[in-house]
Design a protein around this ligand. Sequence first.
Ligand SMILES: Nc1ncnc2c1ncn2[C@@H]1O[C@H](COP(=O)(O)OP(=O)(O)OP(=O)(O)O)[C@@H](O)[C@H]1O
Ligand SMILES: Nc1ncnc2c1ncn2[C@@H]1O[C@H](COP(=O)(O)OP(=O)(O)OP(=O)(O)O)[C@@H](O)[C@H]1O
Ligand SMILES: [Mg+2]
Ligand SMILES: [Mg+2]
Lengths: 222, 222
Amino acid sequence: IIRTEKLGKVYDNGYRTCALAEVDLEIEPYTFSCIMGPSGHGKSTLLHLLGGLDRPSSGDVYINGANLAGMTSDQLADFRNRTVGFVFQFFNLIPVLSVLENVQIASMLAGMPDREQKERAVRLLESLGLAEKAVARPNQLSGGQRQRVAVARALINDPDILMMDEPTGNLDSTSESELLDLICSLHGKGKTILVVTHSETVAARSQRIIRIRDGRIVSAEI
Amino acid sequence: IIRTEKLGKVYDNGYRTCALAEVDLEIEPYTFSCIMGPSGHGKSTLLHLLGGLDRPSSGDVYINGANLAGMTSDQLADFRNRTVGFVFQFFNLIPVLSVLENVQIASMLAGMPDREQKERAVRLLESLGLAEKAVARPNQLSGGQRQRVAVARALINDPDILMMDEPTGNLDSTSESELLDLICSLHGKGKTILVVTHSETVAARSQRIIRIRDGRIVSAEI
Ligand SMILES: Nc1ncnc2c1ncn2[C@@H]1O[C@H](COP(=O)(O)OP(=O)(O)OP(=O)(O)O)[C@@H](O)[C@H]1O
Ligand SMILES: Nc1ncnc2c1ncn2[C@@H]1O[C@H](COP(=O)(O)OP(=O)(O)OP(=O)(O)O)[C@@H](O)[C@H]1O
Ligand SMILES: [Mg+2]
Ligand SMILES: [Mg+2]
């Protein structure tokens, strides 16, 4: 369902950083995989390329056989909003919107009817223990609470593919466990799940661990 | 060295949130303590009050016998810049400054001579594996790299007290281990260390675990 060919990413801000090189990856549908590796070795970079949030410097990303580079901007927007639910390492919440609006906005972009947006958003927040924070602004939340809002936003459009960049980094072991149960139940419903994580707890519940080192895949264990 | 009496914090943004209530805490000098507890239960709030970064709604914080509330703004600034090294949960790096400048600025505020500032900053970045990122901006770094810059900044003035809010949340187990070794060696040099963490690895190396639940201390095990 997700495939890359010789995927590469070089950043050039006056000095060159090769973040990814020659990544060949195949993710089967309905699988729950983890991406692990040392800090700074390319995990977030890889996830952003797979989610169509950034362009490769070389190589290609294919989703369901379609090359992301060949998509129209409408097709790409549709892919990013409806096919994939993306949780950012630092959440990317909108400061001026409430927690509820932050979650709802993803479904608004996907064209969901207003009333359904609100119902789904409220239910998701409840399932993540955030019901009483619905009217709060992101800067009024704790770190782990913001992280859970980011998860709610990624789930509201019921996407087929979930990409999560360190979704439990700010959570205590109980909250991590609860989120992991949620992820496993979504996997049980037929979603394809790709999680960048440093957590052995999360890795233990996945079906496959993809290890990255220096921008390359070094092993992909089952 | 750090003592609180009936410390409380209530946020009022149109709706009231009681984040901390009646916290009586005593931290002995030269100890390495962890603060643990569920997401949203008051850990960051407590650390900010102890570090003089926020004012209590009730109760007092005493550092070396001096009540923070009674300090002049000069004394408080001195306490925050030179007595305490603070690592924020989300780093609070300055986007327009380079990594090196972000670390240096803390020593500049403390009145360190320019040349010494730069030497110390470079050495700290090297010890944290960030030497090659000295001229990069924070938004060009990975999550774990930014976290380590925040640690370097907290250490540059060689403070007696280190307060760290989840310093390993974005680090892989090897990087976490290296940072923990650094923390333990600083402890060995006579520093007082207080770490909010969700990590059992970090907790295992501490001397005392202070547990928080619903804004109250529920136990303080050794
Ligand atoms: N916008 C950018 N400009 C320049 N370099 C960048 C940029 N974004 C990331 N990098 C660099 O690319 C490399 C890989 O970064 P990436 O964020 O993918 O790491 P990561 O594996 O997710 O790390 P972590 O576990 O710390 O989050 C790092 O060396 C980083 O400094
Ligand atoms: N500026 C604020 N305004 C209103 N409420 C706030 C504010 N900052 C924090 N809170 C609330 O205070 C409570 C405690 O927050 P705190 O950040 O101390 O939690 P925490 O234990 O550090 O959580 P985490 O482990 O998720 O980082 C939470 O319910 C949070 O929503
Ligand atoms: Mg990352
Ligand atoms: Mg916190």
